[in-house]
Design a protein around this ligand. Structure first.
Ligand SMILES: Nc1c(NC[C@H](O)[C@H](O)[C@H](O)CO)[nH]c(=O)[nH]c1=O
Ligand SMILES: CC(=O)[C@@H](O)COP(=O)(O)O
Length: 173
């Protein structure tokens, strides 16, 4: 669903787990720093809002989005993390370079999630223009950093769940 139809910062916080005992990694790309820093701030704020402790959040910066999967793997190798959030912004240029980066990051994080069994969250903006990026980094369409943090909270909790009895499947997101 397009961000114009579903604000990135809006979520049902009735089904967000308490993060007191959870540990996170956040990997942030330097490219388009004004955007990625706004994503990082919102991501960190959301994790803390739901009980995460600052001392349980490891942060790493990488040169560009293409380095996000490698940076995430390095962080996950250093610490026991319940989820790793990757934040970046790849703005379309004149060539197809953006497509190669975006596809590599998506595939890289998916491969890490499946091969490790831990969630690696795809918090990458892939806008056509800087304005579209601003709209999704705290602008009219909300903040992708919030969405990434909420996703990390829910997936980390899912991974820790004990299979005690059946749970109703909520359709909140
Ligand atoms: N154009 C953008 C890049 N390009 C750099 C790559 O991500 C990578 O660092 C380089 O190809 C060396 O491996 N990165 C972004 O994050 N955003 C862009 O718009
Ligand atoms: C994706 C980018 O913005 C940059 O790495 C390449 O831009 P361009 O396609 O104009 O060379």
């Amino acid at each position: 669903m397009a961000s114009a139809l579903k604000n990135l910062s809006t979520y049902d916080d009735s089904n967000i787990p308490d993060a007191t005992e959870l540990s996170f990694g956040i990997v942030v790309a330097d490219w388009n720093r004004d955007i990625t820093h706004a994503l990082y701030e919102a991501c960190m704020e959301t994790l803390l809002k739901h009980g995460a402790k600052e001392e349980n959040i490891s942060v790493a910066q990488v040169p560009g989005a293409f380095e996000l999967p490698a940076g995430a793997r390095i962080l996950a190798g250093r610490e026991k993390l319940d989820a790793v959030i990757c934040l970046g912004c790849v703005i379309k240029g004149e060539t197809q370079h953006d497509e190669y980066i975006n596809n590599a990051v998506a595939q890289g994080l998916m491969n890490l999630s499946i091969s490790t069994g831990r969630p690696f969250i795809f918090g990458l903006l892939t806008p056509n223009t800087h304005e579209q990026a601003v709209d999704r980094a705290g602008g009219k369409h909300g903040n992708k950093g919030v969405e990434a943090a909420v996703t990390a909270l829910r997936m980390a909790a899912l991974r820790k769940e004990k299979p005690e009895g059946k749970k109703s499947i909520g359709f909140g997101n």
